[in-house]
Design a protein around this ligand. Structure first.
Ligand code: SAM
Ligand code: DTB
Ligand code: SF4
Length: 341
């Protein structure tokens, strides 16, 4: 089967680093054209899926992820909070649904859940699902049996990001490994839960590392159904608060070139044609012009609501105005063109 017909059929194929790097190196207009062509074969080009985030357990995390405001090892001034009550979570989910979200993502600052925590989260999943929302949680590493318990509660998606290419991972996190991440992803898949898996750019990595991240995501088999691409939010007090680009392709005045972020979205779209690619953290910082380019590059999902986990996000009225200017509309549940993805 040719590459194009494979892409049309939504069949994943194995990508090489050279191929992914070649996509990154294309003239911008050529890359955008490829991304838009692939996007239109699989999705309604003007529909965007809306997910709302809620931090159900904030701060005090044992892990040392260099970008994260919630690590107990970084002095970010964030107040540590205990796990929220089910009623509060349900109220937030109802408000998110009423504001137009179709998926509700609950995040906890844990290395992984204890069994007691998992029971509480399973209760939240059950009630959020009963509101007619798709459910997603991101709880860190899972132990045997935990993914099955979440599936039984009605969990649709588990978010667990690779975050960066394996070769760079050890420079960002030392308390767990890239292999640990893959292990949890396998548990999620085996339990029959959809996978939400992406990464962060702008952490001082090279273009080769960005290509390596997309390569590792695209070669997951099956490919993740949702792929969040985050622009690093530089949180004061974290080791990456002053992350600078080392130069080379994709750098601009010591920082990540916003066009490099758009390229990353486009390469994700071309290599993962049937996945929802989410323009995730960093929308405030990117501005509306660059966000519009991201939609053109094939992003078809965003976080909706004025807060991510601990940092800000454009508010709902700003997004409504942007969607109206661009002729975009919110995607109803199961808006994919390809069955089963
Ligand atoms: N503890 C769980 C874990 O590590 O998987 C779940 C929560 S963690 C905050 C979820 C994801 O948020 C991370 O994998 C990372 O991709 C993203 N993230 C966290 N802090 C960020 C930041 N400052 N900028 C961009 N993305 C960030
Ligand atoms: C993802 O890839 N990005 C979201 C969600 N998955 C959990 C989190 C972004 C966090 C941004 C920094 C913060 O608000 O703490
Ligand atoms: Fe903890 Fe997740 Fe933040 Fe890492 S990214 S410090 S595991 S909350």
């Amino acid at each position: 089967m040719s590459d194009l017909s494979q892409a049309r059929a939504g069949v994943a194929r194995h990508w090489s680093l050279a191929e992914v790097e070649a996509l990154f190196a294309l003239p911008f207009n050529d890359l955008m054209f490829q991304a838009q062509t692939v996007h239109r074969q699989h999705f309604d080009a003007n529909a965007v899926q809306l997910s709302t985030l809620l931090s159900i357990k904030t701060g005090g995390c044992s892990e040392d992820c260099g970008y994260c405001s919630q690590s107990a090892r970084h002095d970010t001034g964030l107040e540590r909070e205990k796990l929220m009550e089910v009623d509060e979570v349900v109220a937030a989910a109802r408000a998110a649904r009423d504001a137009g979200a179709t998926r509700f993502c609950m995040g906890a600052a844990w290395r992984g859940p204890k069994d007691k925590d998992l029971d509480a989260v399973a209760g939240m999943v059950r009630e959020v699902k009963a509101l007619g929302l798709e459910t997603c949680v991101t709880l860190g590493m899972l132990k045997p049996g935990q993914a099955e318990a979440l599936k039984a509660a009605g969990l649709d998606y588990y978010n667990h990001n690779l975050d960066t290419a394996s070769e760079f991972y050890g420079q960002v996190v030392t308390t767990h490994t890239h292999a640990d991440r893959l292990d949890t992803l396998a548990k999620v898949r085996d339990a029959g839960i959809h996978v939400c898996c992406g990464g962060i750019v702008g952490m001082g990595e090279s273009r080769r590392v960005r290509a390596g991240l997309i390569l590792e995501l695209a070669n997951l088999d099956p490919q993740p159904e949702s792929v969040p691409i985050n622009m690093l939010v530089k949180v004061p007090g974290t080791p990456l608060a002053d992350a600078a680009e080392q130069g080379g392709e994709g750098a601009l005045n010591g920082d990540l070139d916003p066009f490099e972020f758009v390229r990353t979205i486009a390469v994700a779209r071309v290599t993962m044609p049937a996945s929802h690619v989410r323009l995730s953290a960093g929308r405030h910082e990117l501005g509306e012009g660059v966000q519009a380019l991201c939609f053109l590059a094939g992003a078809n999902s965003i976080f909706h609501g004025d807060k991510l986990l601990t940092t800000g996000n454009p508010d709902v009225t700003a997004d409504q105005a942007l969607f109206a200017r661009l002729g975009l509309r919110a995607e109803p549940v199961s808006g994919r063109r390809c069955a089963g993805h």
